[in-house]
Design a protein around this ligand. Sequence first.
Ligand SMILES: Cc1cc2nc3c(=O)[nH]c(=O)nc-3n(C[C@H](O)[C@H](O)[C@H](O)COP(=O)(O)O)c2cc1C
Ligand code: PXP
Length: 205
Amino acid sequence: MRVAYGGDADVTEADLADGWLALARSWLQQAIDAQLPEPNAIVLGTVDAEGRPATRTVLCKEMRDDGIVFYTNHTSEKGGHLAGRPVASATFPWIGIQRQVTVRGSVTRVSAEETAAYWATRPRGSQLGAWASEQSRPIASRADLERQLDEVTRRFEGGDVPVPPHWGGYLVAAETVEFWQGRNNRLHNRLRVTPRDGAVVRLQP
Ligand SMILES: Cc1cc2nc3c(=O)[nH]c(=O)nc-3n(C[C@H](O)[C@H](O)[C@H](O)COP(=O)(O)O)c2cc1C
Ligand code: PXP
């Protein structure tokens, strides 16, 4: 397998005139328009107490001036990593449009109000799933997991499903944001922005 990249216009420093967020949103829109699967998926890297990295995919639910937001279980493995070392790297792997954006920075929890507002938009089934799963912990069988779902389904029957205390949003601060665009001969475009001072550095591919 060997794919040659290129064909569209080069991304340049001028594309960052309105800041990283405008360009990242425009690339996300292009990923949506290209019908890439899960265009808001990010590969999230965290580190454990020994500095060993771990990655997994999560969904970015908001892209805003100060960074990007995702939601998960605070007691999951990634939640444990973030409690000990609140830093992350998050990559949008938009391979189908020959792009990638990576946001790196410190991680903080979003407010309870913000989590509650997002929670309210989730389908009831996803809400019940968040109660039913002790994310990242072993379980003996699929049947046991479904029993846990039955139990929480009964518990919340006839009313709203509240936000679990172990669930919420994290903000990955946009301390650096790298825009990568595939080019011919592996001579890709890479522009790294530091939003704090607006510096833009071109990196060799
Ligand atoms: C496309 C996709 C989207 C996902 N989105 C989320 C998400 O938004 N939040 C989440 O907690 N897990 C999500 N997952 C599951 C995670 O990849 C992961 O399995 C889970 O969060 C447990 O990770 P951990 O054990 O490293 O904490 C998603 C998986 C895929 C493949
Ligand atoms: C375990 C888990 N939690 C949360 C989410 C995000 O789901 P939603 O879009 O319902 O908030 C996902 C998406 O795949 C997921 O797998």
